[in-house]
Ligand binder design. Sequence first.
Ligand code: NAP
Length: 212
Amino acid sequence: MKVVLFGRDGKVGSVLGPRLREAGHDVTGVELGEDVDLSGHDAAVDFTAPTAVVGNVTRALDAGVPGVIGTTGVDGSDLAELDRLARERGLPCFVAPNFAIGAVLMMRFAEEAARFMPHAEVIELHHETKVDAPSGTAKATAARMGGEIPIHSVRLPGLIAHQEVILGADGQYLTIRHDTTSREAFVPGVLLALERLGGLPPGLTVGLDALL
Ligand code: NAP
């Protein structure tokens, strides 16, 4: 596929670009301030910043290019607007708060555990340059678990992306934990999203779960 990669030089983009090429995709990397002709591309992948992603994906959809969004911290009304635009253009747009399979399983297990242990809290830990808090994964986890789940955010150098879901009941507690040790963890999920993009309906599809 001909893929535009917004955020080429970022922490995720610099790992993802070479791996997309290895997988046979023709990748046009784009960084802040660069202007590229988007027409003729099959997908636009965005790992940038909450302030940049809506503009990037809107330009892509306007050029007839479906989107794959990894950027987190986008508010609900902006996502609703992208959904509206994608439907209007008849294009799919896939968004996932976490492209790592382990994180998707963590969310699934947490949802299941919350049915039996409703008292729970989430601790999410990320590198100190992450701009949004709580993380998109933590918010998605809490939403899936239902109820009011407190989320604690930790930002420290040396971390990548980690999350612990702790559920408590009388005389016991259960911890479900996922650790991202390298940004390679996000590559298979993005490749899967690209592979399945053409078969998705117009508008937003949310979460890797929808593709598994
Ligand atoms: P990062 O290291 O800050 O990289 C973002 C890159 O995007 C930077 O190189 C930045 O350039 C560039 N950029 C900013 N605005 C742009 C624009 N308008 N067009 C093109 N490029 C632009 O961040 P990261 O750690 O790679 O993460 C990027 C996003 O992905 C964050 O929102 C993060 O939370 C999210 N993320 C999601 C997942 C997932 O699985 N869904 C996994 C990891 C990260 P400058 O440095 O010049 O600003």
